[in-house]
Write a protein that binds this ligand. Structure first.
Ligand code: UDP
Ligand code: MG
Length: 317
């Protein structure tokens, strides 16, 4: 990779009028510096993706596009959520850059990690993850819920990078591969590690939002977590199956106990058969659900139609 790369910075924006100008100022300064140092091509740019904001976000982006260097814009017709907006942005830049960095509009993720990301890229990494070193600036609530979330994902068997959000650099070919994932429920943090290629992590400290407020209230965060798990893991289904097995096991012991009570003491007529059937039928129903679920899980995976593999190199003669 000798040539200086064209860098695209993709910034999803939803009702970000309070931060956009400052964000653009900071990012432009950084791009100025990187261009001057000859580390990125002068055609590099910043793509602001307006995610159907109802405030002045888009007019600000249009204004920046006209009056400042680097600024480009993509206006989505309706609000589709952070992940979809990001995907739209990556899709738009994939033929127009050598590498793209995605970053939130509030710059809570330190932009000074970008030069290091570029370094890793120049060393041959196709994906460079920005990883938060610590979360001192987040509220205790956000910190604990976020940690619980990453842990939960791990238990559920979703391969993801601990403490990494959507701040990352991807090479052109990595983005192209990502675009081959045709699923609708996007959980990019889980999808990107499936691509493969050589990866690296760059560590940074997370800042406070300098203006505006979080667009991820608790409810959205919870939905995001559920999306993440259900888009990547059929483990919950298997849990139902095992729960059913446990119920059947319990049914066995309950049967022994019930029969004992039935013969030794005077049980109310109908009690023994009722108790036994409750546990046994409950267990059988759960196991059956689990089995049906396994098939649905298979259908789910087929329907996603993810690429089976990603060819990196093929040597022929
Ligand atoms: N965002 C978006 N669409 C949405 C919600 C959020 O594009 O429906 C963008 C938002 O503008 C920001 C990024 O997603 O650039 C992350 O949002 P935020 O900073 O509010 O989340 P937090 O950092 O609090 O988790
Ligand atoms: Mg933020």
């Amino acid at each position: 990779m000798e040539k200086t790369p064209v860098l695209a910075v993709v910034v999803p924006c939803y009702k970000e009028e309070a931060v956009l100008c400052e964000t653009h100022k900071r990012l432009s300064q950084l791009l100025d510096r990187l261009t001057a140092e000859g580390r990125i091509a002068p055609e590099s740019y910043i793509l602001y993706v307006n995610d159907g904001s109802t405030d002045h976000t888009w007019s600000i982006i249009k204004d920046l596009h006209q009056n400042t260097p680097y600024a480009c814009g993509l206006n989505l017709a309706a609000n589709v959520g952070h992940q979809n907006a990001l995907m739209a942005g990556l899709n738009a830049v994939k033929e127009r850059c050598d590498a793209a960095i995605s970053i939130d509009a509030d710059l809570q993720d330190d932009i000074n990690a970008i030069p290091e990301m570029l370094e890793r890229y120049m060393e041959g990494c196709d994906i460079v993850y920005g990883v938060r070193r610590e979360r001192k600036t987040d509220t205790l609530f956000k910190r604990t819920t976020a940690l619980a979330f990453y842990r939960m994902m791990k238990i559920m068997g979703v391969k993801s990078i601990y403490n990494h959000a959507d701040y990352r650099l991807m090479s052109r070919r990595a983005i192209q591969q990502l675009c081959r994932f045709r699923e609708r429920n996007l959980y990019l943090r889980g999808m990107v590690p499936l691509i493969g290629y050589q990866t690296a992590c760059v560590y940074y400290n997370r800042d406070k939002r300098f203006a505006g407020e979080s667009k991820y209230p608790f409810k959205k965060m919870l939905n995001f977590a559920i999306d993440g798990i259900t888009s990547f893991s059929v483990k919950p289904v298997r849990m139902i199956f095992w729960l059913g097995c446990i119920f059947i096991l319990i049914a066995f012991f309950v049967t022994l106990w019930t029969l004992r009570v039935y013969y030794l003491h005077d049980a109310v007529p109908g009690w023994a058969s009722l108790i036994i059937s409750i546990w046994l039928v409950g267990g059988v129903v759960l196991v059956s659900l689990g089995i049906v679920g396994e098939y649905i899980g298979k259908i789910y995976i087929e329907v996603k139609d993810r690429p089976r593999y990603n060819e990196e190199e093929l040597l022929l003669r």
